[in-house]
Design a protein around this ligand. Structure first.
Ligand code: WTA
Length: 676
């Protein structure tokens, strides 16, 4: 097995957030009176002595064809298996079982970006029908069966959950790629997942423009073919059914308009496949420390139990709620907390096209009033943008949130307070939920009716989750030490991914090697999960997350690997060397800055900076747009020739560069600083 590359440890420069401890805020009695978990006795069931059986509480929220015989199988750590022997179907749990009671209730509300287009309200019955028809198409037209993979590159439209649920019904593994990602990024994910079918859409709206999305499918298929993976069929949904809205022609024999083919499958019903708990539901690619994105492979039984349980007890969702999570379904938050968790509970889940600040910063509040949204879920980046562009807008609208969520990045106490006082009108409870693509669901959060809120801190471990802070040598730091360290989860939990798709070794090395106590041990206690974030534990047991300690940049709550960005920059002919570092940003939390040195014979220019920017947008997508491109005469390097990213990050963040006497070329630092 490859050696685990020890990271350099946590440095001050990596610790982005320095706010002081804050006072507590308490949930209001009207919230507590109605909450799903008010009784400390239920919470006590999740106490350490009840591990792992405590998670039965979550799994029992689902319907199983066959009940499991083993709650947690630890025979092959860290490949833990949950609810072994159990058989179920995720689509059945999100649809069929609700029909008796809720068939006429909205499962999805869809808000298109153009405000003159009608909102769609899709009932459970309609969703059930449409999922069945699409499942029939996948099965008979595409020949897909349980265990096959299919790549989706779809925007925020109701057809996306329809496709996901149709796959889940058949046991087909879906791998949705965020629609903002480029054709190239989609190709990489098609190749890794070995998909023969791509499902996409002709176009979608963003910021007032109808974007041609189909053209990315052509790029993706061509590049995938060059890399040895042939896409045999491309299924294209239409933004306007019956009308093809794209400039990109169809490829004969490969491309099919869904609405044309679907006619043959109207009125069809497909029995849900009876699938093992530890089977695979989907892949979700995320950035890591190397250039290659990794496919987090999530299970059916463990994952669905975990997102359903946390949706019930942490998001406090009930069937009568109107729940709106503003994330994109192309990220894990959307999979877990727009689609699977809320629908498994029979909730009404809102999906919107576009961005929160277009046509204006009142859009979310207008939607909340119109639909009667009472649970609201978003990211610090969106909150910061809405606060800057329309600080008083929420007051003008008549909506009432009982609970609000923040996720994806640390939230500054000042921003938290605006969220609390202005958006939440001092009525709503706030939960700050810390977790990751790999973890399936929440890891640290308060239980909303039981714990006090503390601005800027995620909270204690979620029920059944036992986090700890370890120093770089693996020693636990006590809660009162006030020292930052590596946050780990001491125990397995059902929402965690099964592995990295096709790369068990990387899975073990990335998440378990770092603090494993004994590679031979079969005891889960010897296998703490290494999250890759720095955090501090306060004496009250609340965790304050400080940010990534690895080569990952968290831009507006989206993860980008510095290595991925650097390899894209190196495609520019003039570039000799490239280094990408995170720089603090008032709205997005962090943005990438790109440092390049040029090959001999080339000189810096504005055009070249623009070319580098455009290459990143083309290779990865608009989220990779750098805050600044620095064309420098040389990179600061160690004597062994390693680029000192730490020094570049300090310069770009206007911080002290620290000790640079060990550099091979210390003089370069002043030169670069003078370019700021
Ligand atoms: C960061 C998103 C502070 C963290 C669900 C983590 C957070 C990475 C929070 C995962 C939070 C997520 N407070 N930081 N509440 N939530 N993060 O995989 O650095 O897109 O490792 O999953 O986002 O990002 P991912």
């Amino acid at each position: 097995m490859a050696d685990f590359k020890k990271n350099d440890g946590i440095t001050e420069a990596q610790i982005a957030v320095h706010w002081k401890e804050e006072d507590y805020y308490y949930p209001k009695t009207h919230f507590i009176a109605q909450a799903n978990m008010t009784d400390e006795k239920i919470l006590e069931k999740f106490g350490e002595k009840n591990f792992p059986n405590c998670f039965k509480e979550y799994a029992d929220l689902l319907d199983w064809y066959e009940y499991w015989h083993t709650t947690l199988d630890t025979n092959n750590p860290p490949f833990f298996k949950w609810f072994v022997g159990g058989k179920l179907n995720a689509c059945y749990n999100c649809l069929d079982r609700h029909l008796d009671k809720y068939k006429n209730k909205a499962a999805l509300h869809y808000i298109p970006e153009p405000e003159d287009e009608p909102i769609q309200h899709i009932t459970y019955q309609e969703l059930y029908r449409r999922v069945n028809e699409f499942a029939a198409l996948l099965k008979d037209f595409c020949g897909l069966k349980a265990g096959d993979t299919v790549t989706l590159h779809m925007p925020m439209v109701p057809e996306l959950p329809i496709v996901m649920l149709a796959c889940a019904r058949l046991g087909v593994i879906h791998s949705q790629v965020f629609s903002g990602f480029s054709g190239k990024a989609c190709a990489d994910r098609i190749v890794d997942a070995k998909s023969k079918v791509l499902i996409t859409m002709d176009s979608y709206y963003r910021n007032g423009k109808l974007l041609d999305h189909k053209k990315k499918a052509d790029i993706a298929c061509n590049m995938a073919k060059e890399m040895g993976q042939e896409v045999e069929k491309v299924l294209i949904w239409q933004r306007y059914p019956g009308k093809y809205s794209s400039e990109t022609p169809l490829v004969e024999g490969r491309d099919f308009i869904v609405n044309d083919v679907l006619k043959d499958y109207y009125h069809r019903e497909i029995e849900p496949e009876i699938l093992p708990s530890e089977g695979t539901l989907f892949l979700m690619y995320t950035s890591g420390t190397t250039g290659k994105p990794k496919g987090a492979q999530h299970s059916i039984g463990g994952y669905l139990s975990y997102v359903t349980g946390t949706s019930k007890y942490i998001l406090d969702i009930k069937p009568e709620d109107v729940y709106w999570c503003m994330a994109d379904i192309g990220w894990i938050t959307g999979h877990s907390y727009i689609v699977y968790g809320p629908l498994a509970l029979g909730a009404s889940s809102v999906i919107f096209e576009g961005v929160p600040t277009y046509p204006d910063a009142a859009r979310p509040w207008r939607i909340a009033e119109e639909l009667g949204v009472n649970i609201f879920h978003t990211s610090p980046t969106a909150i910061r943008a809405l606060r800057r562009l329309g600080p008083d807008e929420p007051k003008k609208f008549n909506y009432h949130f009982k609970l609000m969520v923040t996720v994806g990045e640390p939230i500054e106490p000042e921003v938290w307070k605006w969220y609390y006082h202005v958006v939440g009108k001092e009525e709503a409870v706030i939960i700050d939920t810390w977790w990751q693509t790999e973890t399936g669901g929440f890891l640290c959060t308060t239980v909303p009716a039981i714990h006090a809120m503390k601005p800027g801190s995620a909270g204690p471990g979620a029920p059944g989750i036992y986090p700890a802070i370890l120093d770089d040598n693996g020693n636990q730091l006590e809660a009162s030490s006030n020292k930052a360290g590596n946050i780990v989860i001491r125990n397995p939990w059902p929402g965690r991914m099964l592995t990295i798709w096709g790369d068990d070794e990387r899975f073990v090395n990335q998440y378990y090697r770092r603090f494993n106590r004994d590679p031979e041990s079969k005891d889960w206690r010897d296998w703490p999960y290494f999250a890759g974030d720095a955090a501090v534990e306060a004496p009250d047991g609340y965790f304050r997350i400080l940010g990534r300690i690895d080569d990952v940049i968290n831009v507006a709550g989206h993860r980008l690997g510095t290595k991925e960005l650097e390899s894209a920059v190196l495609l520019v002919e003039e570039v000799g060397e490239a280094a990408v570092v995170p720089v603090a940003d008032k709205i997005k939390g962090k943005v990438p800055h790109v440092f390049v040195s040029l090959k001999p014979g080339f000189s810096p220019s504005k055009e070249l900076e623009e070319k580098i920017t455009q290459t990143l947008v083309k290779e990865i997508g608009p989220i990779a747009k750098p805050g600044k491109v620095w064309i420098v005469p040389d990179m600061p390097k160690t004597r062994s020739g390693k680029i000192m990213r730490r020094v570049l990050a300090a310069i770009a963040n206007k911080q002290d560069v620290g000790d640079i006497t060990t550099l091979a070329n210390p003089d370069i630092v002043k030169q670069i600083q003078s370019m700021a």
